[in-house]
Design a protein around this ligand. Structure first.
Ligand SMILES: [Zn+2]
Length: 864
């Protein structure tokens, strides 16, 4: 499942902290309250071998009715009763072996009593007639007066435990069955489900069509899918496998742009895993209003229609991460499935790492490193501002709580470290062994460990213990010296993290690179186990730069103070872009005129866009006139992602007419990239130039991919501190406006409420009813907005949201907001104060830098 990660990805593409959940920074809290008990995997009394779902969809009444038939086998003697999960389903009859049996429903369960108890191995077919108007599991989408263009669709979402809302089942991953879906829909509609289509029957009298799918490879109930709408189908092939895209008619070109790399990815993953794609077909169905990015239903992935994009967006946006993620799940998640949710990183961490691996294959090592850097950023954000937990963890209130940055991003990074620890040959050998040994089965982390033990000959218990079963990461401090007499360079490496039962000292293999004045490097592999090590390396001259973990392969924080000359050398000569970028970042902190000059050159000329972008960001940190001049020059860089960063950096120059003018010009004459224009709107707002507001109002009229320009113009308006932003924010919150713009407008209002005390009451009152909004994204955005406002009156609506909302993610976010708001405003205010102090310090720093520049400019004159 690609959960808000798709939205995060868009947010990342935009550098947009307003996009989804808001970027209100706060401190680390416990993952769970102390009273939350462990969840152990469920017991089974019967094996469910086959599930057949016959269903008619009534789009008008948003109702389903039909029969679910399970072929079951008793596991032990004396099976007299059997329970199925069934939530909000109206059960009308149950038959076992064709004979009616007694049943009762209570507490989200259907309990049947067999006429006589089954013996171990006895097989029987249990048929359940039912109907429902589902609120979860199966979703009907269609137009209303506010959104008349919305297509009529139905689609399902089973993971984690929502299949029970659309068919009675054993709704837990530790059972696998073959499956069959027979769906009757209006005659113009196409239904898509798992496996092969074995019949498509038209009933002209009833004006319906019945689609019959059969899936022959056993899988867990949460992976059963059904989507139905008027779809256009595009068919391609990957070897013998049919590859299909089902999309709204008229969007075929956007679909090819979004999904077109799928066949190549299938071939790449087959080669890497050494196991052919295992199913009859691979379909991707693009649906509206999807509540995740994508869902890896076996052989028939559901994707958010939002990922389809036009040619202009394709300049600097790609669906490849989403497509690769869901495809990788067909092996990791579907063919092998976590036995219970506590091991769900075996699904999600793998799929996330395979996104990065496709990026490596398709775009090369530097893009791969950027992809992993994004994973690290996500993990560090959660670890630093939300909570810290072991990746394998069974203390949770709802399984969806585990689907977080630890599961996805840290899981991916752990896979990467495992690859670096074992080397490519053994890593892929072990993955192949793990896949072939466990295909068609449920897995736990120990299965992966055993496969690595057996394939590599190494015992990696220490690795899994520190990275998967314990929490946190090493905090490293590095310093270096040179002994000229003995011709020895020494590098001291310390682990400074506080250790406890939950986190110990780490055992790490790391690389240390020593660079001479010409940029030539020697690299040494070292092993770290202790709190402190001193490593000695013989060399004729003192190294000009020492780099620890130059590829940024380890999950760690690093303190390593280096002089400006070393940083400049790294910025120009480090072979990996990720190393040059790290140097750019530190030069931005150093901030001298020489650093400014070096960053300017990197921004204009580095061969990798990411380094150009980070050099621009560093110039934005320096904020001197020289930095501003360089950034204005940087508006001409060719790569749109680098240009985006230049524009963003210009937004750091508050109340600076030159910066504002440059940004206004970008908006006025337009940019080939939507994202650059969007960023210009936000940055212009941040300058607080008096002309900004009018420019942003104009930008609100521009349509763009996912409304990025509008969302950024709305965020920019909040930054202007202009009183007129309040009315605009209210207007764009309205039901009927594009959903993403509504979400952005909530952010605008929250920001205004924080900064303009007199508007606070009005805004809290205005936002409160949105807790009942029909739009998922809107409800999901509210808790962060109220946390930012920090008004205790929001506790009641947030508590209501936490109690009533059916979505576990909203439930969790709203509960967090209740806790934070309940602690009073003191630390929220403290956070705001700190932020303001930081702004003041930056201003002072800027003035000092300017004085320094003037002094330096005078110096040569005096010398001559
Ligand atoms: Zn996933």
């Amino acid at each position: 499942m690609h959960k808000p990660r798709f939205l995060d990805q868009v947010a990342h593409e935009l550098g947009d902290r307003y996009a989804f959940t808001g970027g209100f920074a706060r401190g680390r809290r416990p993952f769970q309250p102390a009273h939350v008990e462990p969840n152990w995997p469920r017991d089974r009394s019967a094996e469910i071998r086959h599930i057949k779902i016959e269903l008619a969809l009534d789009f008008e009444h948003r109702r389903i009715s039909g029969t679910a038939t399970h072929r079951i086998a008793a596991i032990a003697d004396g099976l007299a009763t059997l329970e199925f999960d069934a939530t909000e389903l109206a059960i009308s009859a149950v038959r076992a072996g064709g004979e009616p049996v007694a049943f009762e429903t209570a507490d989200r369960k259907l309990r049947i009593t067999f006429a006589r108890a089954l013996a171990a191995g006895d097989e029987v077919e249990v048929a359940i007639d039912y109907s429902a108007t589902p609120r979860r599991g199966l979703y009907f989408v269609g137009p209303d007066e506010a959104y008349p263009e919305k297509p009529v669709q139905a689609w399902t979402q089973g993971e984690d435990e929502d299949s029970r809302y659309w068919f009675p089942c054993y709704d837990y991953p530790n059972n696998r069955s073959t499956s069959e879906v027979i769906a009757t829909v209006p005659e113009k509609f196409t239904a898509v489900s798992n496996g092969a289509l074995i019949e498509n029957r038209h009933d002209s009298a009833a004006r319906t069509r019945t689609f019959h799918f059969r899936h022959e490879v056993p899988h867990s109930a949460y992976l059963i899918t059904l989507a139905a709408a008027e779809f256009a189908a595009i068919e391609e092939r990957a070897g013998a496998t049919p590859v299909l895209y089902y999309v709204q008619p008229g969007r075929e070109d956007d679909a090819r742009r979004a999904f077109g790399n799928t066949p190549k990815m299938i071939e790449f993953f087959e080669r890497k895993i050494g196991v052919p794609y295992p199913y009859a077909k691979y379909a991707q169905v693009a649906v509206s209003d999807f509540i995740f990015g994508g869902m890896e239903n076996t052989s028939a992935t559901t994707q958010t229609a939002d990922t389809m994009h036009d040619a202009r967006a394709h300049l600097d946006f790609t669906s490849d991460p989403l497509v690769a993620h869901e495809l990788a799940h067909q092996w990791w998640g579907d063919l092998l499935t976590c036995r219970d949710w506590s091991h769900a990183w075996l699904n999600e961490g793998f799929a996330t790492y395979f996104e990065a691996m496709w990026c490596e294959e398709n775009l090369g090592a530097d893009e791969f490193a950027w992809n992993l850097r994004q994973d690290r950023g996500g993990y560090f954000e959660e670890d630093g501002h939300h909570y810290r937990r072991p990746i394998v963890c069974n203390r949770y209130r709802a399984p969806i709580e585990l689907f977080d940055r630890h599961l996805y991003e840290k899981g991916s990074l752990v896979m990467h470290m495992l690859r670096r620890e074992t080397g490519d040959a053994l890593f892929f050998k072990a993955l192949n062994l793990y896949c072939t040994r466990h295909r068609g089965r449920n897995v736990i982390t120990q299965d992966l460990q055993r496969a690595f033990d057996d394939a590599t000959g190494r015992n990696l218990d220490f690795f899994f213990d520190q990275w998967v079963y314990k929490e946190g990461h090493p905090e490293i401090e590095v310093s270096s010296a040179f002994d000229d007499k003995r011709k020895l360079a020494s590098v001291t490496v310390k682990q400074t993290q506080k250790t406890s039962d939950a986190i110990g000292l780490f055992r790490l293999s790391a690389t240390i690179a020593l660079m001479d004045a010409d940029g030539r490097e020697t690299r040494h592999r070292v092993e770290i186990r202790e709190r402190e090590h001193v490593f000695f390396f013989g060399c004729d001259k003192a190294p000009k730069a020492v780099r620890f973990d130059p590829g940024h392969d380890l999950v760690k924080t690093l303190k390593h103070k280096r002089g400006r000359e070393a940083l400049e050398l790294e910025l120009t000569r480090a072979p990996e872009a990720i190393g040059r970028s790290a140097a750019a970042h530190e030069l931005g902190i150093e901030g001298s005129p020489q650093a400014t000059a070096a960053l300017r050159i990197a921004m204009l000329g580095d061969p990798f866009w990411g380094v150009q972008a980070d050099a621009a960001a560093a110039l934005g940190e320096i904020r001197t006139d020289a930095a501003l001049a360089a950034l204005i020059e940087g508006l001409g860089v060719a790569h749109p992602k680098a240009r985006r960063s230049v524009v963003r950096a210009l937004g750091e120059f508050r109340a600076n007419a030159r910066a504002a003018e440059a940004l206004a010009a970008v908006l006025e004459k337009g940019d080939p990239s939507y994202f650059v224009e969007a960023e210009a709107a936000l940055a212009l707002g941040k300058t607080r130039d008096p002309r900004a507001f009018a420019q942003l109002e104009k930008a609100l009229e521009r349509p763009s991919y996912l409304d990025v320009i509008r969302t950024h113009a709305l965020a920019g308006m909040a930054e202007t501190r202009d009183d007129r932003a309040l009315a605009v924010g209210r207007e764009w919150c309205a039901y009927g406006r594009p959903p993403r713009a509504r979400v952005a407008a909530i952010g605008t209002l929250a920001r205004i409420a924080r900064h303009k005390e007199p508007a606070r009451d009005e805004i809290v009152e205005f936002l409160t009813p949105l807790a009942d909004d029909r739009e998922f994204m809107v409800r999901m955005r509210l808790p962060a907005a109220f946390e930012e406002i920090g008004d205790a009156r929001a506790i009641a609506p947030m508590r209501r949201l936490a109690e009533r909302d059916l979505d576990g993610r909203i439930h969790r976010r709203a509960s967090e907001a209740v806790a934070i708001l309940g602690e009073g405003r003191s630390h929220i205010e403290e956070g705001n104060r700190l932020r303001e102090d930081m702004d003041k310090l930056r201003e002072q720093n800027k003035k000092l830098q300017e004085r320094l520049e003037k002094l330096e400019a005078l110096t040569p004159a005096r010398e001559s």
